[in-house]
Design a protein around this ligand. Structure first.
Ligand SMILES: Cc1cc2nc3c(=O)[nH]c(=O)nc-3n(C[C@H](O)[C@H](O)[C@H](O)COP(=O)(O)OP(=O)(O)OC[C@H]3O[C@@H](n4cnc5c(N)ncnc54)[C@H](O)[C@@H]3O)c2cc1C
Length: 475
């Protein structure tokens, strides 16, 4: 075994002796992977195909003790440190170039307590794995819409999905977490223990430590939900979105209706003549009694003359994976995001114009409907502050050929700039690309930033956890 040279936090080289590497390898329950070793490429490959970084060493953690060992080495040796949960973050901060990476994907346990309606989840668990376990007991908690996303990063940024209007954000259902701090101590965070840390990790991302266990509240959901897609040609989008806005404004909490503008994929329920043409898709899910759901979704189904309407009772677990085929890993991705308290006519016109000029067949303009229970939590109750939003836009730019990088990124940025006057200025931290550090203070955290910076100074004064949408420790 030879010595290993890693990058420090300020980018310099740090050579770790062969003895230290051997000692770390021997102490781990999981594995230490160096370049070329089994598991190395698997651990460093993440969802966004734009990110191709090579850490100098990867600790594939099997439990909290491994995380503590890795954090201690990183702190003592002043190493650049990256932390990977599900590896879905668009900015790619889960992987570092030349530093030490902690890969949490081997930590896969989900333990449901059906009588108390709670679940303990380790940080390598994906949304699909979580849903499958909880739905085994007819339970669920709000998470996102793509089953391969990690519970960890999603929750630490806030987390919303189909049942959030009814049951709140993922963080609104977080009861407690175990956190390995920068000093290597494992602490419990809840409303009763370390409540300031518990506040900070509910939206503050990976800034405060490595979460090794999450405890969630669960709710009875399903087993079937009334859900599906209603597809229209984009040419009718202006009138349809006019109706949509009225329906969305009076929708019950049980109903979430998102919409997407994109080119039609060759799905079997779409007539072939529409394949490859621009479409507007309403994606709706009613969480509750199926009959009440039919009444709630009917006005949406009555809008215009759809090309396809595939609303039907669907197992919740299946609905949670319905968009997976459009969100497979490995493609090149660049996202931009805006938040809205209302959707103006001007905004709708810009969206339609941009959707007519999509630079690739996989690009989407995706509008998530928020509101409901999410907005009944005060803005300062958790680090995530955006409790007045009705919609979040994700300009979801996706392509496969690197020769198209400039064209696709330029399209996304142009749309972002044109939408700015119509948006709140806030941004959901989990949808920010790596080049938006200037939006962290005012955009992502706003009125909660000062408190977060003070807590960062308390829990991570040297900014060991800096590969994230970084909150600088207050002076
Ligand atoms: C296809 C797709 C669909 C999505 N849909 C939704 C959606 O419906 N709703 C929604 O809210 N979001 C959604 N997201 C965004 C998602 O919430 C973020 O990408 C999130 O960061 C993913 O978490 P992860 O663990 O998979 O990512 P990772 O890239 O592994 O982690 C992201 C960051 O979180 C931190 N981190 C991760 N794990 C830990 C830990 N255990 N302790 C401390 N810090 C940690 C690290 O800083 C890391 O860089 C989607 C993303 C994708 C790619």
């Amino acid at each position: 075994m030879a010595s290993v040279t890693l990058k420090t936090r300020d980018g310099g080289p740090r050579t770790i002796s062969a003895e230290t590497i051997t000692a770390l390898r021997g102490a781990l329950h999981g594995a230490l992977c160096l370049p070329g070793e089994p598991g190395y490429d698997l651990a460093r490959t993440i969802w966004n195909g734009m990110i191709d970084r090579r850490p100098a060493a990867i600790v594939r953690a099997a439990g909290a003790a491994d995380v503590i060992r890795a954090v201690n080495v990183a702190r003592e040796q002043d190493l650049l440190l990256a932390v990977r949960g599900g590896g879905h973050n668009i900015a790619g901060n889960a992987v570092c170039e030349g530093g030490l990476m902690i890969d949490l994907t081997p930590m896969k346990s989900v333990r449901v307590d059906p009588s108390n309606r709670t679940a303990r989840v380790e940080p390598g668990v994906t949304l699909g794995e979580f849903d499958r376990e909880t739905q085994g007991f007819g339970l669920a908690t709000p998470v996102g819409i793509n089953s391969t996303t990690g519970v960890a990063g999603l929750t630490l940024g806030a987390g919303f999905g189909w049942i959030s209007r009814k049951h709140g954000l993922s963080i609104d259902n977080l009861l407690a977490a175990d956190v390995v701090l920068a000093n290597g101590e494992l602490v419990h965070a809840s409303e009763k223990q370390n409540p300031d840390l518990f506040w900070a990790i509910r939206g503050g991302g990976g800034n405060f430590g490595v979460v090794t266990s999450f405890e969630f509240r669960l709710h009875p959901v399903g087993p079937e939900v009334l859900s599906g897609l209603i597809v229209h040609p984009l040419s009718r989008a202006a009138e349809l979105l006019d109706g949509y806005r009225r329906i969305a404004a009076s929708a019950p909490d049980e109903l979430a209706c998102w919409f997407v503008m994109r080119k039609a994929p060759p799905l079997p329920f779409l007539p072939p003549e529409y394949h490859g043409k621009e479409i507007l898709v309403f994606a709706a899910c009613y969480t509750g009694d199926l009959e009440k759901g039919r009444k709630a979704i009917a006005p949406l189904q009555a809008l215009g003359k759809p090309i396809a309407d595939v609303i039907a009772p669907t197992p919740f677990v299946a609905w949670q994976t319905i968009l997976d085929p459009l969100l497979t890993p490995g493609a090149r991705n660049y996202w931009q995001s805006h938040s809205f308290t209302q959707l103006s006519d001007g905004a709708v016109n810009i969206l339609i114009d941009s959707a007519r000029r999509l630079p690739s067949p996989d690009c989407e303009l995706a509008f998530a409907q928020l509101g409901g229970a999410i907005n009944r939590v005060p803005a300062q109750a958790t680090a995530y502050p955006h409790r007045d939003l009705e919609f979040v836009l994700n300009v979801h730019t996706r392509w496969s050929n690197s020769a198209q990088d400039q064209e696709c990124i330029a399209w996304a940025r142009e749309l972002f700039d044109r939408m700015t006057p119509h948006a709140t200025g806030g941004v959901y931290v989990n949808f920010m690309p790596e080049d938006e550090a200037q939006r962290v203070r005012a955009g992502a955290y706003g009125l909660n930033y000062e408190r977060l910076a003070k807590l960062k100074a308390k829990y991570d004064p040297d900014n060991l956890f800096r590969l994230n949408q970084n909150i600088r420790p207050a002076a």
